[in-house]
Design a protein. Structure first.
Length: 262
C-alpha cells in the first residue's frame, strides 16, 4: 500500500483497511490515515540525508538550529533532552531548542508543551491583493481537510500584503485523545510551502479568487506554556555592536565640539 500522508516510510502493509508503515530511521509503526509526528519525520529526513510582520509575542522564538537527528519516544513524541555528541539541550513538544546547549549532564525535567505556533508566509507577486475573507476560508479548509486539524485549534488568519500569518493554538487541556498536534501540522505546512511536501505525490494547492498562491518565504515562531530559558550569552554580539556604535558617536561628538571651540 502507499502511505499518502507520509512518503518517508518503508515496509508498508495493508492491515484492516488501513495502511501501516515503518518510519524511516526509527522503525516505529505509523498510521497512514493521519499525520506522522514531527519527531519521526525529522529523524526520517536526517536518515535519508545521511545515505537546520506583525508584533510577535515576547516569548515567541524561531527554530535557529534547523534539522537534527532527534531522539523519539516509542509513541513518536520528542524526548525532552536532545544531544549531538557531547552537546545537549532541552526541547519543546515541537522539537525546537528552548535552552542553551550544555554538556551531557544537562537535566530536562519535562517536555514543555508548545501551545501557540505562528506561521508567517510571504506570497509571490500577484495581480491584486488577496481578499482577507477568502484567504481565511481557503486556509481553514486546507488545514482541516489536508492536515486533519480540528478547526477549533485555528486562530486568526491575518493578511498584510504580501505576508500571511496563520495562528495555531492548542493547550494540553483542550487537546483530545486522537487530535492531531499543531506542531505536526506546522511542520507539514512549512514543508508544503517550501515545495518539499511530505505527502506522496500530492502538493499543496491553495487558490484564491481563481489564482494559485505561490509562497516565497516561510518563517515559524513557537510560544511555549513555559518561557524558554536562553541566557544572555546569545545576545552578546548584538550588545557589543550597540556599545561600539554609541562609543563612536560620543567620540565623534567630542571631536566636533573641540574642533568648533578651536
Amino acid at each position: 500500500c502507499i502511505c499518502a500522508k507520509n512518503k518517508r516510510v518503508t515496509n508498508c502493509v495493508q492491515t484492516g483497511g488501513t495502511c501501516q508503515c515503518q518510519s524511516i530511521g526509527s522503525g516505529i509503526i505509523v498510521e497512514c490515515n493521519t499525520l506522522t509526528s514531527k519527531c519521526l519525520l525529522m529523524k526520517a529526513e536526517m536518515t535519508s540525508s545521511k545515505s537546520g510582520r506583525f508584533s510577535k509575542p515576547k516569548d515567541a522564538f524561531e527554530d535557529t538550529d534547523g534539522l537534527y537527528d532527534p531522539e523519539c519516544e516509542n509513541n513518536g513524541i520528542f524526548k525532552a533532552k536532545q544531544c549531538n555528541g557531547t552537546s545537549c539541550w532541552c526541547v519543546n513538544t515541537a522539537g525546537v531548542r528552548r535552552t542553551d546547549k550544555h554538556d551531557t549532564n544537562l537535566k530536562c525535567n519535562q517536555l514543555v508543551r508548545t501551545t501557540w505556533i505562528i506561521i508567517e508566509m510571504k506570497h509571490g507577486e500577484r495581480k491584486a491583493p488577496l481578499s482577507t475573507e477568502s484567504l481565511r476560508k481557503a486556509f481553514v479548509e486546507a488545514i482541516t481537510s489536508r492536515y486533519l486539524l480540528d478547526g477549533r485549534y485555528i486562530g486568526d488568519v491575518l493578511y498584510e500584503n504580501p505576508y500571511i500569518t496563520v495562528n495555531l493554538k492548542q493547550n494540553s487541556s483542550s487537546k483530545f485523545a486522537g487530535d492531531v498536534d499543531i506542531a505536526d501540522v506546522a511542520y507539514y505546512l512549512e514543508k508544503d510551502a517550501k515545495g518539499d511536501s511530505i505527502f506522496h505525490n500530492d502538493r499543496l494547492n491553495i487558490s484564491i479568487d481563481n489564482e494559485a498562491l505561490v509562497f516565497e518565504k516561510t518563517v515559524v515562531y513557537y510560544v511555549d506554556e513555559i518561557a524558554p530559558e536562553f541566557s544572555m550569552k546569545s545576545l552578546t554580539p548584538g550588545v557589543i555592536a550597540v556599545i561600539v556604535v554609541v562609543v563612536l558617536a560620543i567620540v565623534a561628538g567630542i571631536a566636533v565640539l573641540v574642533s568648533s571651540k578651536k
